[in-house]
Ligand binder design. Structure first.
Ligand code: ADP
Ligand code: MG
Length: 234
């Protein structure tokens, strides 16, 4: 051994920036370089309007950067056709949002299962349902499989959303204000779950304006007026 080996990059931004065309044009994300290695837990903090969602949308392949190169798991995403970007997103990225985005009249299992329908591969319905139950059990909801979101607490709903994000066995978990709609005690439970997933080797990127949430990560990145800088927020 010649010292610590660096983990393989999951996210690699090389001069990645995004300017909304306008008019007037808005430089929402200034060109930046950032690497998130496999197994890292990185938080991105900044005030409202600083470019956090823009960053997440680019990292999540929802938006294309207007400059620079984005490699996801070493794949140059800029060269991909829209269909291939969608497939890559479905198989490698799990999203968790502040407002859960669950289907209210479907059970927890169905919510998770539906997310895996758009994946490649040929899993049968029964296999997908079994995977969904496994994913829900992993987030501590093995006893709530047949509950609909309307009968679950906020913290449980967010756990379903996390189970759904994990169902496709992604390389990267992207969370946008994951505790924004939760009270402090419930937020702590959800953050403890993210800690456990990180301990299990998951690569996690959490966007937050909450410094207490940011402190949970291994590494904090600040964003202000679209400028991304390594290190704790000011
Ligand atoms: P945050 O998530 O940190 O609140 P955003 O990434 O949503 O910030 O926005 C960053 C900047 O880009 C803001 O000035 C916002 O008004 C602007 N912006 C966001 N989306 C668009 C868009 N679709 N078109 C033009 N400007 C946008
Ligand atoms: Mg935002």
């Amino acid at each position: 051994m010649t010292g610590a080996e660096r983990p393989a990059p999951v996210v690699e931004f090389v001069g990645v920036g995004l300017t909304y065309p306008g008019p007037p044009p808005v430089a929402a994300l200034r060109p930046c370089d950032l690497v998130v290695g496999r197994g890292e837990y990185v938080t991105i903090t900044g005030p409202s309007g600083s470019g956090k969602s823009t960053f997440l949308n680019v990292a999540g392949l929802l938006d294309r950067p207007t400059t620079g190169t984005y490699l996801l798991d070493g794949i140059d995403t800029g060269t991909l056709k829209e269909r291939d970007r969608t497939a890559l997103r479905g198989s490698r990225i799990g999203f968790v949002f502040q407002s859960f985005h669950l289907l209210p009249h479907r059970t927890a299992t169905e919510n998770v299962e539906l997310a895996t329908m758009y994946q490649g591969g040929r899993r049968s319905r029964a296999e997908r349902a079994a995977g969904a139950r496994e994913s829900l059990t992993r987030v501590g909801l093995g006893h709530r499989l047949e509950h609909t979101p309307t009968t679950l607490s906020g913290g449980e709903r967010q756990r379903v959303a996390i189970a759904r994000a994990l169902a496709a066995d992604p390389s990267l978990l992207l969370c946008d204000e994951p505790t924004g709609n939760l009270d402090t005690a419930t937020a702590d439970d959800v953050l403890a779950l993210l800690d456990a997933l990180h301990a299990d080797g998951m690569t996690i990127l959490v966007i937050t304006h909450d410094h207490a949430v940011a402190a949970r990560g291994q590494r904090s990145v600040a964003i202000r007026d679209g400028v991304v800088s390594e290190g704790a927020p000011a």
